[in-house]
Design a protein around this ligand. Structure first.
Ligand SMILES: Cc1cc2nc3c(=O)[nH]c(=O)nc-3n(C[C@H](O)[C@H](O)[C@H](O)COP(=O)(O)OP(=O)(O)OC[C@H]3O[C@@H](n4cnc5c(N)ncnc54)[C@H](O)[C@@H]3O)c2cc1C
Length: 161
């Protein structure tokens, strides 16, 4: 990575969306850089178990995230572990800025920065994460990881017991 290079594509965010974009871009022979501020894999990497990903009946989130990463690496996707603090659209090229002043240029930028769960900050929330406390809407609907008190699945729209 050097500030003088112009990439075809810069992807900000190394979750499932960013890594998928990276795989497609490398297959299309685009000169691509992926920027990830934390651990590649995104929110999936902090998920205890994933049970809805085709091809895997049950897989640990960290393992699935690592499979995404290894797939992208197999295509030799360049990955930089830093936080992008700004993107600046331009006419000739667009720019991504880092806190140390570095600026990288690209013909196109994909923002795949995902999201983070908004915590309730209540007692027991952190200790019980993944063991009843979930931030995943589909799990909550199907009652897979609900606290015992709310553990029976219910049809959407049905009245609460
Ligand atoms: C606890 C939990 C359990 C879940 N369980 C399931 C499940 O079982 N099945 C399922 O299908 N989905 C599940 N999900 C949802 C799934 O994880 C998300 O839908 C998916 O990760 C979204 O992918 P993404 O790439 O869009 O974003 P994210 O996974 O959020 O990835 C975004 C990435 O961008 C990086 N980033 C953000 N800003 C910057 C920046 N400025 N510079 C550099 N990098 C940046 C972040 O560090 C992150 O790695 C779960 C989510 C959570 C939180």
């Amino acid at each position: 990575m050097s500030g003088n290079e112009v990439y075809d594509l810069i992807i900000v965010g190394g979750g499932p969306a960013g890594l998928t974009a990276g795989i497609y871009a490398m297959r299309a022979a685009l000169k691509t850089l992926l920027i990830e501020k934390g651990f590649p894999g995104g929110q999936v990497a902090v998920t205890k178990e994933v049970e809805n990903y085709p091809g895997f009946i049950k897989i640990g989130g960290l393992d699935l995230g690592d499979k995404f990463l290894q797939h992208a690496k197999w295509y030799q996707l360049e990955i930089v572990e830093q936080e992008a603090i700004a993107t600046e659209p331009g006419i000739g090229y667009h720019a991504v800025r880092f806190s140390d002043g570095t600026i990288l240029k690209a013909q196109a930028i994909i923002l795949a920065t995902g999201g983070t769960a908004r915590k309730l900050n209540i007692p027991g929330e952190n200790e019980n994460f993944g063991m009843g406390v979930s931030y995943c809407a589909t799990w909550a609907i199907f009652g897979k990881s609900m606290p015992t008190r709310l553990s029976s699945p219910r049809r959407m729209g049905a009245p609460r017991p």
